[in-house]
Design a protein around this ligand. Sequence first.
Ligand SMILES: [Zn+2]
Length: 283
Amino acid sequence: MLLSTKDILLAAQQEKKAVAAFNVFNLETVQAAVRAAEEEDRPVIIALGERYLPTVDLEGFAALAIAIARKATVPVALHLDHAYEKESIVRAIRCGFTSVMYDGSKYELEENIARTKEIVELAHMAGVSVEAEIGSVSRGAYSDEEEGEGRLTDPADAKRFVEETGVDFLAAAIGTVHGMYTGEPKIDLELLRNIQASVQVPLVLHGGSGTPDMIIAQAIESGICKVNINTEVSLAAVSHLIQFASTAEPQRAHLSTIMADMQGTILPVMKKFVKLLAQQKQA
Ligand SMILES: [Zn+2]
């Protein structure tokens, strides 16, 4: 069933679990994400980044994703990830996205607050929830996100930001990176706990890929309710396709089977995350 992102995340916050938000861009990635969630009997968020809009038809994609979400046996939400333009947010709201992320993290706090507040007012009128980011997530290996400064979130700024913008979930920068880590991950869990103590809204971890399981479990314990996953899924598919391309006979390979095969390859990777995020810390 298609459900509001806010309802899914508030329920996750209550049960001290997190929900996987998979970056998807086509039928196969949507189907794999929903199937991974169904097989683990957990909710899931399917997220389309604004950066894919030059090649992905937003309205067409939404129709497809919403139809699949409605048929699902578990709650599925449809999220617009890292939107920088008001125009994409308005289009996403019009075609049925259940939440949007406005990324004003490149602006100074005052301007980020003013811009985010405007988006929140607009989205809330349509019953759509909003995620925003303060601080900024830097870029690791194999990522297709923009370079961030890696500025960690200040808890006092987070408090003010949430109060003044009315945002529904907050992406906090605590040292994870977009993409894979190039060295030892330096995740500041104490900072996360301070942010959790400063705000009531569910917190979002960007850069789930390659983050050690133990750190993800501790992050969930400290208020993370949504974990974004992109690169690790992409890497699994790309490695598989490279292997396939080096051995396949062109006359026997058909695109339809390659796409189906790719969906089969990413399913266990997605399931691993859905399962990990649903684990509760043993007392
Ligand atoms: Zn992100």
